[in-house]
Design a protein around this ligand. Structure first.
Ligand code: GLU
Length: 325
């Protein structure tokens, strides 16, 4: 008892003696879970880290970026406390919040919190021209990468196959590999097609296009898919801009559907940490947008769309202060 009073008094005394800037010298390290190295989540984690870390001497927060399996992994890692932040598809955010899809057994992820949306992600199907796939139904009998476990895109490719009634187990040779590896397999003739839900442009798609084998995007819109997209609150119709991919066989932007890439955290992450991150990105939005072309259409308003988990109070504080909410 006496001992702890003595220790308390010593801390008070030390704090009084320290110059005030040294009180902030303690750095809080936070980690953001992203995706594969050739996707857009990984550079986005880097872009957030760059903006936040610039003022780390003032706020004491330092971001580090981890490459991961993707959205589903990130939600679970943020819930487990492995990471403070994660980038996740808005459809996965919605399912985790409601306890559906991947979280049907685990139930609603009650501590999942939204911070903001970042950019659109498009469900993308790329095929080798010599595989003779001209529409979705031609995937029958082909070698198709649906996506790795833990990714967000695996669920999207399954939604596509289900809506057109193609069984991934009996009607095609399904691969479940990381999109980092898919482009090379496609170019090497070991894969006919791959799905990837990703922002554009992405390095993975550029890699897949830059080999000797010609490739093209297959549109993901037709009666059955449109019906499926219309019945899900988190999907909307989008177009893949082909200007980013010189050498692609398509001659027009490609109709598909997509979601938003969003930043999430946990209710357990302190308000001041989330506040600092939110404020840093919103106050430096123009500098942030220069870091990747996928953010071209991002605005302060768009950053508050696509969110289904409750907004973290630290982010909400900033939105209220600035009249955004
Ligand atoms: N949308 C993908 C996922 O959730 C990741 C895309 C990326 O890394 O840019 O797994």
């Amino acid at each position: 008892m006496v001992n702890s009073i003595f220790r308390g008094a010593l801390i008070v005394l030390l704090a009084a003696l320290l110059p005030s800037y040294q009180l902030f010298a303690v750095t809080t390290f936070v980690t953001i879970g992203t995706g594969g190295l050739t996707g857009v989540y990984y550079p986005t984690g880097g872009a957030i880290a760059k903006i936040v870390n610039k003022n780390r001497k003032q706020h004491g927060i330092r971001f580090t970026v981890e490459s991961t399996d993707g959205s589903v992994f990130n939600v679970n890692a943020v819930m487990d406390g492995q990471f403070e932040f994660g980038i996740v598809q808005s459809d996965r955010q919605c399912q985790a919040t409601r306890g559906t899809g991947e979280w049907k057994d685990a139930g609603p992820q009650k501590e999942l919190r939204a911070v903001f949306s970042i950019y659109p992600e498009l469900c993308t199907l790329l095929v080798a021209v010599d595989a003779n796939i001209n529409s979705l139904i031609d995937l029958k009998g082909k070698r198709v990468n649906l996506g790795n476990q833990g990714s967000g895109h695996l669920g999207n490719s399954m939604d596509v196959l289900n809506s057109i009634g193609l069984d991934p187990v009996t009607e095609l040779t399904a691969f479940y590999i990381n999109p980092v590896e898919a482009p090379k397999l496609l170019q090497d003739g070991k894969l006919d097609a791959f799905f990837y839900t990703v922002g554009h442009p992405s390095v993975a798609l550029k890699e897949a296009i830059s080999g000797g084998k010609r490739v093209k995007f297959i549109p993901l819109q037709n009666g059955a898919i449109d019906e499926m997209v219309g019945s899900r609150p988190y999907y909307s119709k989008m177009k893949i801009p082909i200007r980013y991919y010189p050498g692609i066989q398509n001659t027009r932007d490609v109709d598909t559907f997509g979601v938003c890439a969003t930043l999430v955290t946990s209710a357990k992450v302190p308000d001041n940490v989330v506040y600092v991150v939110t404020r840093a990105i919103f106050e430096n939005l123009e500098a942030f947008k220069e870091l990747h072309p996928a953010y071209a259409m991002t605005t302060r308003e768009s950053m508050l769309t696509c969110l289904s988990a409750p907004i973290h109070p630290g982010a909400m504080k900033y939105y209220r202060e600035t009249g955004l909410k």
